[in-house]
Design a binder for this molecule. Structure first.
Ligand code: FAD
Length: 125
């Protein structure tokens, strides 16, 4: 993006190849995604860059992600109506109460991943 605006840039890469955890590795003829495998962004400028680079190689595909929890599948991103049906009204009520508790009385500053998750989603899974 910078270079397209005429800004001089340099890429410094410690590995043998660029791409970080979003790269694809060829192992014995098989291609493996190390990390990222789907493009998703809320930034129009990033989306435009992908289209600019990939052109007609940009493939749109339907996506289905689910979390397997307590012998059931839950849609991800989560759908509110899944909780009462998937977990039962008692557990769903506990989770909502835990969430409201976390929002009303956040536990101290965020200095680690556990606190970051708890502040946003509460202690109860
Ligand atoms: C399992 C998994 C699935 C994911 N799925 C998705 C997905 O579906 N969609 C999505 O958008 N994102 C996904 N992500 C997240 C996405 O892959 C990362 O957010 C993104 O790749 C991070 O990019 P980055 O450039 O910040 O860091 P990195 O990819 O970590 O790149 C850092 C680079 O810096 C280099 N480096 C490190 N230290 C030095 C140094 N001292 N000098 C020079 N170079 C150095 C490293 O070698 C590396 O190449 C996924 C991640 C994982 C792990």
């Amino acid at each position: 993006m910078l270079s397209s605006q005429g800004v001089p840039t340099a890429v410094l890469e410690a590995d043998q190849t660029v791409g970080g955890i979003a790269r694809i590795v060829n192992y014995r003829g098989y291609l493996f995604d190390i990390g990222g495998h789907r493009f998703f962004t809320k930034w129009d400028a990033v989306e435009e860059l992908w289209h600019e680079i990939l052109g007609d190689k940009f493939l749109a595909r339907p996506r289905l992600s689910r979390i397997y929890y307590r012998n059931r599948f839950f849609y991800y991103p989560l759908r509110p109506k899944d909780a009462p049906f998937g977990l039962g009204p008692v557990e769903a009520t506990r989770m909502v109460a835990s969430y409201l508790w976390a929002k009303a009385l956040p536990e101290g500053p965020e200095t680690n991943r556990e606190q970051w998750v708890t502040h946003r989603f509460s202690r109860r899974p």
